[in-house]
Write a protein that binds this ligand. Structure first.
Ligand code: NAI
Ligand code: MG
Length: 504
């Protein structure tokens, strides 16, 4: 990593268009203010398309995390402006945040593309509008979070009812693949329920979270309700998980870190929800519309350069349909070209970092060593930035490492299967269970397989779609807890049971 920035944040924005905003590089966002890290330490965030430093970011240490937690705790006091706010007013604030994301969509898309290397086509059509929609969806919730009255079966007269209360201070640790969208999935429901937040964006992609922090000021979110601590996992992130003043940790990232978080969180019995990667099967039956299945399979694995937790990275193809399906898949994959992520026509961007590119590329060699063949791609593109060809491995068997380990890049492992029983068995033969796709024209088969596949999301004759109203999360090592939809309201509230004696 380079030591000094080649440009300030303002320069970067100015190069794109007249700078409307100053997302305060080099600062943390604590108690409604942009402040330096106590240590004065900073680190660089890079543009993966060029390998150049974009700007310097403040590196929060344990003492900064402590300040952020104290601010969030104070903002959670029962007498605080935030807690005294009516659900209707919280609702309006969430809607205002959505409006502000939309009003600044162009700038946020550019920041996201610069920081992640993803195509501007994707950030402007998906990441940013979907983040705004997530705030709109949860803007509807504050006025609808209700408890229940419980029939009293204990004998005597009593009124028993439940209250749904916010949990408290939520620590949210997010990854680099969909920075603003992951922020929205966690921040919007947490605010809807009345919690306060300390958010840590990924060290690779802190820019949109900092810009969002400014938008919370514009939206009138009271000081301390939302805080951003930028920094690294083992320091900033770990300090959050250790901190007794944080009541819940919501994490999206690697399995390894998820396990570490659970272990550490056990010490203070924090609530934990984890969304951890996958190796999702995309099951293509011979009776499917194979042309459509092949086109969608490409999106399933190559969208966002394959840096997706739900990536359909194990493509299971029934033997009878193999040649037809693969000729479309190979032909189209070979035509995909990576390019400047800021160019509107680019559909394949850069991987997040040099280390990640190396790791993803290493799986091509691993696959070859295990006996798979590289049908398409397999090479790095150029030497500037971290681009890689869309890669299709054939002759893969499900026990190979390229079929069992999450690669998190543009590498599809194609596996043949003989019949339904074998397809389902092998699809389930995985440590993960985040998502699965099924392609068939047989409606009974589709629903039967949907029931048999162990995955938190199953797509039938489609792939990779999510909706803010639809629960999302994993089975097995893909984690637990469901985000989005009503499920996230459960994730960010405690249930309190109140007993009232009515005996006269
Ligand atoms: P990671 O799990 O290290 O990072 C994700 C987030 O956790 C970042 O904000 C990071 O700073 C934080 N973190 C790291 N160590 C921590 C710790 N000890 N305590 C608290 N927070 C910590 O993932 P990384 O290294 O960026 O990617 C490695 C692999 O993880 C990827 O190749 C991919 O397989 C998987 N991954 C899965 C994601 C998903 O969407 N489920 C997202 C990102 C990565
Ligand atoms: Mg970056």
């Amino acid at each position: 990593m380079a030591e000094t920035p080649t440009a300030t944040f303002t320069d970067i924005l100015a190069a794109i268009k007249p700078a409307k905003a100053n997302p305060k590089p080099g600062k943390l966002f604590i108690n409604g203010e942009f402040v330096d890290a106590r240590s004065g330490k900073t680190f660089a965030t890079m543009n993966p398309a060029t390998g150049e430093v974009l700007t310097n970011i403040a590196e929060a240490g344990a003492e900064d995390v402590d300040l952020a937690v104290k601010a969030a705790r104070a903002a959670f006091e029962e007498s605080s402006p935030w807690r005294k706010m009516t659900p209707r007013d919280r609702s309006r604030m969430l809607w205002k945040l959505a409006d502000l994301i939309r009003a600044n969509a162009e700038e946020l898309s550019e920041l996201e593309t610069l920081d992640t290397g993803k195509p501007i086509f994707e950030s402007s059509r998906f990441d940013i509008p979907l983040a705004a929609e997530c705030f709109e969806y949860y803007a509807g919730w504050p006025t609808k979070i209700t408890g229940e009255t419980i029939p009293n079966t204990a004998g005597g007269e009593a009124l028993v009812y439940t209250l749904r209360e916010p949990i408290g201070v939520c620590g949210q640790i997010i990854p680099w693949n969909f920075p603003l969208q992951m922020l929205a999935w966690k921040v919007a429901p947490a605010l809807a329920c009345g919690n306060t937040i300390v958010l840590k964006p990924a060290e690779q992609t802190p820019l949109t979270a900092l810009r969002f922090a400014e938008l919370t000021l514009e939206a009138g979110i009271p000081a301390g309700v939302f805080n951003v601590v930028t920094g690294f996992g083992p320091t900033t992130g770990a300090a959050m998980v250790e901190h007794p003043g944080i009541d819940k940790i919501a994490f999206t990232g690697s399995v390894e870190v998820g396990k570490e978080i659970m272990r550490t969180a056990a010490k203070t019995l924090k609530r934990v929800s984890l969304e951890l990667g996958g190796k999702s099967p995309n099951l293509v039956f011979a009776d499917a519309d194979l042309d459509t299945a092949a086109k969608y399979a490409l999106g399933g694995i190559f969208f966002n350069q394959g840096e997706m937790c739900t990536a359909g990275s194990r493509i299971f193809v029934e033997e009878k349909g193999y040649d037809e399906f693969m000729s479309v898949l190979r032909g189209r994959a070979a035509k995909m070209v990576a390019g400047d992520p800021l160019h509107p026509k680019t559909r394949l961007g850069a991987l997040i970092s040099a280390e990640h590119l190396e790791r993803v590329m290493s799986y091509v060699a691993i696959g070859r060593g295990e006996g798979a063949s590289v049908a398409v791609g397999g090479e790095r593109i150029g030497s500037r930035g971290y681009f890689m060809q869309p890669t299709v491995l054939e002759g893969v068997t499900n026990s190979m490492r390229v079929a069992q380990e999450e690669i998190f890049g543009p590498v599809a492992s194609v596996i043949k299967f003989a019949d339904l029983e074998e397809g389902v068995r092998e699809a389930n033969n995985s440590e993960f269970g985040l998502a699965a796709a099924i392609w068939t024209r047989d409606i009974k088969k589709a629903h039967r397989v949907a029931r048999s596949v162990k995955a938190g999301t199953v797509w039938i004759n489609t792939i990779s779609t999510t909706d803010n109203a639809a629960p999302f999360g994993g089975y097995k090592s893909s984690g637990f807890g469901r985000e989005l939809g009503r499920a996230a309201i459960d994730l960010y509230t405690e249930t309190k049971t109140v007993w009232v004696d009515l005996n006269g």
